[in-house]
Design a protein around this ligand. Structure first.
Ligand code: NAP
Length: 462
C-alpha cells in the first residue's frame, strides 16, 4: 500500500485520526513525535525545554528520513513541513493529507494537553501566528485536505478513506474538463494521458494535475521541467497545458479537476488576480501573479518572477541600476531591485509608463535617451527587444562599458543581441534563462515544499 502522510498543525487530530485510519487499512500507524520520545527517552516538551527547538528539529529530520516508504500511515509534527528536506522524504511515493481545524477548535483541544510553547505568546495568539507563518508550507504539503473542526476522528478517518478511493471530483465535471482539454490545443501525445487521468477506467484518483495557464501556452518549457521533477521526487502528479483565451475558463476547469496549482503566463498574469481568494504581498505590490496554489478550496496567488530576477543579483546590493521597460516583467524587476536596496532609474519608450512604475516603487523615471548620463553599474532589459524573431538590441554597442553588468530578461534566444554586444564590450552578463530556473525552483517549492537544486533544473532544461 502507498504510504499516507498526515500533516497539519497541533490539535488537528493527526494522532487520533491516523491511529484509526491505520487500523481500518490494516497497516501500522507511525507517529514521528513518538519515535523521537522512544529514541530519547524523554518527552517532546522536555527536549524543547532542555535542548531547544533546533535539537528537536534535527531529531525529527533523522526520524523522517528513516520512515518506511510504504504500508504505513505516518503522523508528522506540526512544524515538520517547514523543512524542505523533510518534505522531500514525506512526499516521496506518498499521498499527503493535510488536516486543518479552525483556531477555536485547536485552542480548545490544546488547552488540555501539555505542549512545548513555540513563542512567548498566549496559546490563542500563538496558534494564529504559527498557522499564519506556516500557511504556505501546509498548502504545499496537501494532496488532499480534510477539515476536522466538526468531525469525530472516526468520521475524519472515513472521509480520508473515501477521498483515497473516490477522489475529490465529480465524474460529470471531469468529463466536461476532459472534453475541454481535448478540443483545445493540448499536444497530440498528451491527449491519451489526459483521458486516462480524468476519465480512464484504470484512473488512479491520487494522481493529481497541475499545468501552465496561458494563451498561447504551447511554447512553455514548464511541462517538460515539472514532469521530469515529478519523476525525480516520486510525486504522483502530471503537469499539462491549460490553453484558452479566457482565464475564467481555465480556473473553472482547474477547480473542477481539483488541480494542485497553475503556473500563469502571458496574457493572464494581471487578469488572474481578481479571480483568486488570496494574494501574496509581493504579488500584490508587483500587480502580477505567475503561480496559483489551490489548497483546501482556497486559490492563492504568488509571484516568483521577482525571486528569479533577484537571486542572480544577490551580490549587487546598493548598486546603481537602470531598468529598461515599464511593462509586466519590469514591475517584478523593479520590486527585486528595490528589495536589494539599489538606486533604480526606469527608462521607457513611453515615458508616462516609466513615471507610473517609478511612482509605485519610489524610484526615478527618465526617457530612454537619458541612459548615457546615468552610468549604471547594472542594466536590466525588461523590453521584448532581442526576442526571436526581432533580433535588435535595446542599447547601442558604444553605450556598453566593461564595468557594467548586463542582465537580459529575454531568454529566447539564450544569447540575445544585447548579451552578445555586452560580452564583446567586456561586461559581466546574466542571461534570462537564469530567471526561468530560479522562478521555477521557487514555484516548485510553493507547490510541494521541496527545494530542488539549481543544477537539477539546469540539467533538465539543457
Ligand atoms: P509588456 O508588459 O508588454 O512590456 C513591454 C515593455 O517593453 C513596455 O515597457 C514597452 O514599452 C517596451 N517595449 C516594447 N517594444 C519596444 C520597442 N520596440 N522599443 C522600446 N521599448 C519597447 O511585456 P512583459 O511581460 O513585461 O515582457 C517583456 C519581456 O520580458 C518579454 O518579451 C520576455 O522576453 C521577457 N520575460 C522574461 C521572463 C523570464 O523568465 N526570463 C519572464 C517574463 C518576461 P511601452 O510602454 O512604450 O509600450
Amino acid at each position: 500500500m502507498k504510504r499516507i502522510v498526515l500533516t497539519g498543525y497541533r490539535g488537528t487530530g493527526k494522532t487520533a485520526i491516523g491511529t484509526l485510519l491505520a487500523e481500518k487499512l490494516g497497516v501500522p500507524f507511525i507517529d514521528t513525535d513518538a519515535l523521537i520520545r522512544a529514541r530519547t527517552g524523554i518527552s517532546i516538551s522536555e527536549i524543547f525545554r532542555r535542548d531547544g527547538e533546533e535539537t528537536f528539529r534535527a531529531l525529527e529530520r533523522q526520524e523522517i528520513a528513516g520512515l518506511p516508504t510504504e504500508n504505513a500511515v505516518i503522523g508528522t509534527g506540526g512544524g515538520s513541513v517547514n523543512d524542505p528536506a523533510n518534505m522531500e522524504h514525506l512526499r516521496r511515493k506518498s499521498t499527503c493529507v493535510l488536516l486543518k481545524s479552525d483556531y477555536a477548535t485547536i485552542e480548545r483541544r490544546l488547552s488540555h494537553t501539555p505542549r512545548p510553547p513555540l513563542t512567548d505568546l498566549p496559546l490563542k495568539e500563538e496558534i494564529r501566528k504559527m498557522i499564519d507563518r506556516r500557511r504556505r508550507q501546509y498548502a504545499a504539503s496537501a494532496d488532499f485536505c480534510v477539515d476536522t473542526s466538526r468531525t469525530s476522528p472516526e468520521q475524519a478517518a472515513d472521509r480520508i478513506l473515501n477521498l483515497l478511493k473516490n477522489g475529490s471530483t465529480a465524474a460529470s465535471e471531469r468529463e466536461a474538463a476532459c472534453r475541454w482539454f481535448l478540443t483545445g490545443k493540448v499536444p497530440n501525445a498528451e491527449r491519451g494521458k489526459i483521458e486516462e487521468l480524468l476519465t480512464g477506467p484504470s484512473r488512479d484518483v491520487r494522481t493529481r494535475i497541475l499545468g501552465i495557464a496561458g494563451w498561447p501556452a504551447a511554447h512553455s518549457r514548464s511541462p517538460h521541467l515539472f514532469n521530469r521533477l515529478f519523476a525525480r521526487y516520486d510525486l504522483d502528479y502530471h503537469y499539462t497545458w491549460f490553453e484558452d483565451s479566457s482565464i475564467e475558463t481555465i480556473l473553472r476547469v482547474a477547480r473542477d479537476i481539483d488541480a494542485k496549482g497553475l503556473s500563469v503566463t502571458i496574457p493572464f498574469k494581471q487578469d488572474v488576480i481578481v479571480h483568486l481568494d488570496k494574494i501574496d504581498r509581493a504579488a500584490e505590490q508587483i500587480g502580477a501573479v505567475n503561480t496559483v496554489v489551490f489548497s483546501c478550496g482556497i486559490a492563492r496567488g504568488f509571484n516568483t518572477d521577482w525571486i528569479g530576477i533577484e537571486k542572480p543579483l544577490a551580490g549587487y546590493k546598493g548598486k546603481r541600476a537602470v531598468l529598461l521597460g515599464a511593462g509586466g516583467v519590469a514591475a517584478a524587476a523593479a520590486y527585486a531591485l528595490i528589495d536589494l536596496g539599489m538606486e533604480v532609474t526606469i527608462l521607457n519608450r513611453t515615458f508616462e509608463k516609466a513615471q507610473q512604475l517609478a511612482e509605485r516603487f519610489g524610484c526615478t523615471a527618465k526617457p530612454l535617451d537619458a541612459f548615457d548620463k546615468i552610468g549604471p553599474d547594472l542594466v536590466v532589459n525588461a523590453t521584448p527587444l532581442g526576442m526571436q524573431p526581432d533580433m535588435t538590441s535595446p542599447l547601442r554597442a558604444d553605450q556598453l562599458k566593461k564595468e557594467m553588468t548586463v542582465f537580459d530578461l529575454v531568454y529566447t534566444p539564450p544569447l540575445t543581441p544585447l548579451l552578445r554586444a555586452a560580452q564583446k564590450a567586456g561586461c559581466t552578463t546574466i542571461p534570462g534563462t537564469d530567471v526561468f530556473v530560479y522562478q521555477a525552483k521557487d514555484q516548485f517549492r510553493l507547490f510541494f515544499g521541496i527545494d530542488v537544486p539549481d543544477a537539477a533544473i539546469r540539467e533538465i532544461l539543457a
